[in-house]
Design a protein around this ligand. Sequence first.
Ligand code: S3P
Length: 209
Amino acid sequence: MPETASSPASTTASPEAEIMAALGPRSIVLVGMMGAGKSTIGRRLSARLRLPFLDADTEIEAAAGMSIPDIFETHGEPHFRDGEARVIARLLDSGPAVIATGGGAFMREETRSRIRDKAVSIWLKADADIIMKRVKRRADRPLLQTADPAATVGRLIEEREPVYQRADITIWSRDVPHEKIVDECIEALHARLCGHAENEASNTLSATP
Ligand code: S3P
């Protein structure tokens, strides 16, 4: 017998579909310290939302035709930061996408204000131990080529957290399966964009930009 009425399930949009409808042309931008998982989580979040994934560091390297350590060594950090701001501005204009930014990008006011206008931002917050454990695996972060990388990470966390805190959403990045962190991003995006504040997880918070 043909069905005459839709079942409730077929009329209820998924949280992902509701997020996409509410997002419009805006992107989702991940900010936070090196090793917080911005690229790993960003890639998985983009797959869940069926959005392109863009990694700002990779795009900067492609635009410069050289690696980030080489840009720092040849041209210095201020040159890298200018290029980073330009690349992120371009990526924001090509939205919607999920964009992972380098750890220093959100520190620049001009970039923060572009992100505020054209995206929803998520701070992936990680504690120093987790960051150290993850960044030890790679030696390609020029800022950590210091005598005491743990002290450098501690100093950067102190300087940067008050600024990262201005992101729209905060999610604790910790040693749990990646899909759990992605689920929390989806829940928090849904709460923020679709007005289901009662679903907001206790480990997320909205901050005034
Ligand atoms: C930086 C973080 C790096 C990269 C560059 C500078 C920073 O990106 O942009 O080495 O200032 O924290 P990740 O956060 O993706 O490691």
